[in-house]
Write a protein that binds this ligand. Structure first.
Ligand code: ASP
Length: 607
């Protein structure tokens, strides 16, 4: 075999066209398939640019090379030397980019053998996920994954260009850092030099980016890896990538404007899709009341309507008692749902129960007249009022939930999503962007009887609610009282939602040590612990911290959304399973006893 320098490709496998007719070329690639036809041998050679048909005429071919070509298996790497020729009439393949030509081979060499792959490298595969993850290098040869990683590259390039053009500096923050829990568990790395001490891998660059603001880097960004040791839910990864950014001397509106500009340019450059900005903006309270979820999918309607006043004091005790004890009664209307069957209603009731509902009431406006199991309790006049208030037209269905405030809306929000999907009410080609802001600063954990940060320990309260922080310290109320001042503090915290997915989260940050300490103490973190965990941030806050705000966008999520893929796994080159293992290299794995010794670690037996 000649030296590889003489066999090196002159063209990729996706490059040749009719204009290249008669050109002498060398192609390198993977054998995709082989077939004998009309006394000729045809081979398809593939690389990430496409594939090219190679034709070998046994009559004119070197017998040794012919034997090689005939025994070659799929996925071997080969070099072909030959001449481009237009395909004979009737054999042109318009579906293939190189379908006008073929390469008439003069020489054929195998550069690397391949075992028979455990699954075929086809666009569509029925291979099991585990197998595909174990042989990820083969899975990544498949076109859908090659396309996904290419689009991801284009998205990150669009981000870098846009952010840099806007004056942001790309600054790296360390991977080995102090453990500063942000809600999830840290991945920790033992130190060899300081036995018994540990670094943590960052859950996000949050505190460091704030410190960069204190240093005066008023516009920072980074495409950062974030690691969180959480119990994995489906479609979560222990490590994910985010576009992390922070700005000084700004209000949240300035951050939104940058992200809106970024989304417009990214969707335009990568997908050719026009995105309208500014995006709609809603307070948390409003989205919860209208759509029953903090990340509403606005590609379809079906807003929640309030029926509490209609049923107040009515003869249906379930409604009347609930309302009398502070509960609410609300509903959603399904257009054309008037003909819902018993079975469909049962199915929907199950969905309501799955989300904590006690049951589901309904009014069906069928052709044969209004049907409702509660009609005999509420009577015609209340039913008519319900129908009128909710705007139920003939042929529609009204589904009603009666429960505690917020819980009622949340159940209806889930029913709405279920119905939207079940009845194909969602336009899959549309992108609906919106901001949700002014989330509660704190969540009260009823079980543990303590306040928790709803999003982030560094979120700044909105100006109007600042005084509630101090009022809470003086309050005689307990945390489970809905009117406790701390339950009413809203945060200058915001999420970007696209098509019902939370793709970014950010906020204005606390820039005064005193306020940060108050928030930490509300969260039950006393001065000592605060100092141990966040001392470096608290100290830095004493040296001129500018007002600042920022956000982080989940890159894996946005890219999978752009591609219309259901799973973020498809847009990550080497993803882990939902059990946080990597099937290809078998991580996590044991380490050598010598390594443990060096680190001063001894393993305890654990079940
Ligand atoms: N650090 C936050 C997170 O990772 C994002 C932010 O507020 O910028 O979720």
């Amino acid at each position: 075999m000649p030296a590889y320098s003489e066999l090196k490709r002159t063209h990729t496998c996706g490059q040749l066209r009719a204009v290249d007719d008669s050109t002498k070329v060398r192609l390198n690639g993977w054998v995709k398939g082989e077939r004998h036809l009309g006394g000729l041998l045809f081979l398809d050679i593939r690389d990430r640019y496409g594939f090219t048909q190679v034709v070998i005429n046994p009559q004119e071919f070197d017998p040794e090379m012919l034997a090689e070509a005939e025994r070659v298996r799929a996925e071997c790497v080969v070099a072909v030397v030959g001449t481009v020729q237009k395909r004979p009439d009737g054999t042109v393949n318009p579906k293939m980019e190189t379908g006008e030509i073929e390469v008439n081979a003069e020489a054929f060499y195998v550069l690397a053998e391949s075992k028979t792959p455990p699954f075929e490298i086809e666009d569509e595969t029925t291979a099991k996920d585990v197998l595909r993850l174990e042989y990820r290098y083969l899975d990544l040869r498949r076109k859908p994954l090659q396309e996904a990683l290419k689009l991801r590259h284009e998205a990150t390039m669009a981000i870098r260009n846009f952010m840099s053009d806007q004056g942001f500096l790309d600054i790296e923050t360390p991977l080995l850092m102090r453990s500063t829990p942000e809600g999830a568990r840290d991945y920790v790395v033992p130190s060899r030099v300081y036995p018994g001490k540990f670094y943590a891998l960052p859950q996000s660059p949050q505190l460091l980016k704030q410190i960069l603001m204190i240093s005066g880097f008023d516009k920072y960004f980074q495409i950062a890896r974030c690691l969180r040791d959480e119990d994995l839910r489906s479609d979560r990864q222990p490590e994910h990538t985010q576009l992390d950014m922070e700005m000084s001397f700004v209000t949240p509106e300035d951050v939104w404007a940058v992200i809106e500009g970024l989304m417009v340019s990214m969707f335009r450059d990568v997908l050719g899709v026009k995105v309208e900005a500014p995006f709609e903006r809603y307070d948390y309270e409003e989205v919860m009341m209208r759509w029953g979820i903090d990340k509403p999918d606005l590609r379809f309607g079906m807003e929640i309507c309030d029926l509490t006043d209609v049923v107040r004091g009515c003869d249906f005790k379930v409604f009347a008692d609930n309302v009398a004890s502070g509960g609410v009664v609300k509903g959603i209307v399904l257009k054309g749902g008037g003909s819902y069957s018993r079975k469909q209603i049962d199915g929907l009731t199950e969905v309501a129960k799955k989300h904590g509902g006690r049951g589901l009431a309904y009014v069906l406006r069928a052709e044969s007249g209004d049907k409702s199991p509660i009609l005999k309790f509420i009577g015609e006049s209340v039913k008519d009022k319900l129908v009128e208030t909710a705007g139920v037209e003939p042929g529609d269905a009204l589904f009603i939930i009666s429960d505690k405030p917020l819980k009622t809306e949340e159940i209806l929000g889930q029913l709405r999503l279920h119905l939207g999907r079940a009845h194909d009410l969602i336009n899959k080609d549309e992108y609906k962007f919106l901001w949700v802001t002014r989330f509660p600063l704190f969540d009260f954990n009823e079980e543990q009887g303590r306040f928790e940060a709803m999003h982030n320990i560094v979120s700044h309260p909105i100006e109007e609610d600042m005084q509630l922080i101090d009022e809470g310290f003086d309050s005689k109320l307990t945390g489970d009282d809905l009117s406790h001042p701390w339950r009413r503090v809203r945060a200058a915290q915001y999420d970007l939602v696209i098509n019902g997915l939370e793709v970014a989260s950010g906020g204005q940050r606390i820039n005064q040590r005193e306020l940060q300490e108050k928030v930490l103490s509300i969260l039950g973190i006393d001065k000592d612990r605060a100092d141990r965990m966040f001392g470096f941030l608290l100290r830095a806050l004493e040296y001129g911290a500018p007002p600042h705000a920022g956000i982080a966008i989940g890159l894996d999520r946005v890219v999978s959304l752009m591609l219309g893929r259901d799973s973020i796994r498809d847009v990550i080159a080497f993803p882990k399973t939902t059990n946080a293992t990597s099937l290809m290299d078998n991580a996590p794995s044991s380490i050598d006893p010598e390594q443990l010794e060096e680190l001063g670690l001894a393993l305890k037996k654990k079940d």
